[in-house]
Design a protein around this ligand. Structure first.
Ligand code: PRP
Ligand code: URA
Length: 209
């Protein structure tokens, strides 16, 4: 599982445990998802390119470093992925935001794209796809496929919780995509929910159940 990073930072693990608790309400769940996304993005972007720049401080001239590589775009998978966007933007305010929406066709069970709007220059950007849950991997794999079909070549996937089944699916379908997760759980149940997981991320985020 070489292109998989599981974050073991104590702050992330602490916050994730509160999110998993069925008694945690919508407000706290939403705040924690944003906070964890902010902490995760710090590590997700660790390998970004920088270049030396000359700066004049109030005291003297010196050299520093500034980002020099591809600009970034964050792309949430609707709808639960929306809960991670502000956390990313807190750290990278200049990132552009794309959206991709998928539903599962009830007959074929294949994910169908119902919405996709990416930044106009997305092919030149590093794309960070965000979604709290990587269960079967069907949604994320399709989202990445649709993003690649629009010409994007540099894509990372950031999930709060993944099942081994979902990780395997992404590794098989998109071996070029690095996967970053806060928790790697045990398995999927017969309904496709992650065990132990946290339940339905979209419903807990938006209070729809
Ligand atoms: C959830 C989650 C992922 C997907 C994961 O979204 O946010 O997008 O399920 O499942 P998979 O890996 O088996 O595809 P859901 O389809 O419930 O939609 P929602 O975000 O609108 O609630
Ligand atoms: N989608 C969710 O929101 N939760 C799961 O456990 C699996 C898919």
């Amino acid at each position: 599982m070489s292109n998989l990073v599981v974050f073991d930072h104590p702050l992330i693990q602490h916050k994730l445990s509160i999110m998993r608790d069925k008694n945690t309400g919508v407000k706290e769940f939403r705040e924690l998802l944003e906070e964890i996304a902010m902490l995760m993005i710090y590590e997700v972007t660790r390998d970004l390119e920088t270049e030396e720049v000359e700066i004049e401080t109030p005291i003297c001239k010196c050299t520093g470093r500034k980002l020099s590589g591809r600009k970034l775009a964050v792309v949430p998978i609707l709808r639960a992925g929306l809960g991670m966007v502000d956390g990313v933007l807190n750290m990278i305010p200049a990132a552009k935001v794309g959206h991709i929406g998928l539903y599962r066709d009830p007959e074929t069970l294949e994910p169908v794209e119902y919405y996709c709007k990416l930044p106009a220059d997305s092919t030149e950007r590093e794309i960070i796809v965000v979604d709290p849950m990587l269960a079967t991997g069907g949604s994320a794999s399709a989202a990445i496929r649709f993003i690649k079909q629009r010409g994007c070549t540099h894509i990372r996937l950031v999930d709060l919780i993944a099942a081994p089944e979902g990780v395997k699916r992404i590794q098989e379908d998109h071996p070029d995509v690095n996967i970053f997760v806060a928790g790697l759980d045990d398995h999927l149940n017969e309904h496709g929910y992650i065990v132990p997981g946290l339940g339905d991320a979209g419903d807990r985020l938006f209070g729809t159940k």
